[in-house]
Design a protein around this ligand. Structure first.
Ligand code: FES
Length: 277
């Protein structure tokens, strides 16, 4: 679905009057304590951040990272303990791995990856936390509102941004994506079931190919959930060939996720299974 990407616009300038809504997932033991220190030290930082305290950055599921975009957030921060300091040993490494793969999905869908930020803050770094939030909010101001049309870096309308955010949410919540994220590191370090190690390049290419398939499937599901939709219309909406849509629609039909509604002209139309009461 690479064609979905709208050519980035040279925004770069601060959008006057735009105050981004930023959702921040802060781990209890380090970054939340750092935020607390910033507060008790009376350090000023923008009020754009809405903090959600989590026990560990490793608890922030990829689906949770993308969900705020469906509810009006312009950006998301995930802040954890510094590498080596996670109270659950490897939670921050898992968070990093997840954010990297969510970035790949956002890239594929033409949503600027700068809207999802990952960093580390210790309990003693109140000043660093305040600076980090201030800088990030400025960067989001430069990106413009999510779904802000020409006033945003992506140039996407609100409806189109929400559509793509929903596609990204479904992709990262999907079994195939989760399995691959979980196995990606192991595939290159331990190997597959035959003990064959997969090079990072091969693992990356596999991930890209899974993301491409899953984005088309998720987009078909979203569109078929709204109204009967033809292969031709889906292909034109996604900017991909009808053949690719047909292949992925056949897969979803085999799995009982969508069903044939009718054939319009020579193009089959689909709805979500069970939707044609
Ligand atoms: S406890 Fe802070 S990142 Fe795991």
């Amino acid at each position: 679905m690479a064609d979905l990407a709208v050519e980035g616009r040279a925004v770069g300038e601060r959008q006057e009057g735009f105050e981004p809504q930023v959702v921040g997932f802060l781990c209890n033991w380090c970054s939340y304590a750092g935020a607390d220190l910033a507060g008790t030290s009376r350090l000023a930082y923008p009020t754009n951040l809405r903090v959600i305290r989590v026990m560990c950055s490793g608890r922030v599921d990829p689906e949770i990272m993308t969900e705020p975009f469906l509810h009006g957030a312009d950006a998301v921060m995930v802040l954890g303990c510094h590498p080596g300091d996670c109270h659950y040993l490897s939670g921050n490494y898992q968070a990093e791995q997840r954010v990297r793969t969510v970035w790949m999905v956002l890239d594929h869908l033409g949503i600027d990856r700068g809207r999802l930020y990952l960093d580390w803050v210790s309990a003693a770094e109140g000043a660093r936390f305040a600076d980090m939030v201030s800088e990030f909010v400025e960067r989001v101001k430069a990106l413009g509102p999510a779904g802000g049309g020409p006033a945003s870096k992506e140039g996407l309308s609100r409806d189109e941004f929400t559509f793509r955010a929903e596609v990204s949410r479904r992709v990262v919540a999907g079994e195939r994506f989760r399995w691959l994220v979980g196995r990606n590191k192991a595939l290159s370090e331990e190997g597959n079931v035959y003990g064959e190690k997969v090079s990072p390049e091969k693992a990356g290419a596999l991930m890209q190919s899974v993301i491409a398939d899953e984005c088309v499937r998720a987009a078909i599901e979203v569109l078929a959930g709204e109204a009967p939709v033809s292969v031709r219309d889906i292909a034109s909406r996604l900017g991909i060939s009808a053949q690719i849509v047909l292949e992925q629609a056949a897969y979803l039909k085999r799995r009982g996720i969508i069903e044939l509604y009718d054939v319009l002209g020579r193009s089959p139309r689909y709805v979500l299974a069970g939707a044609r009461a």
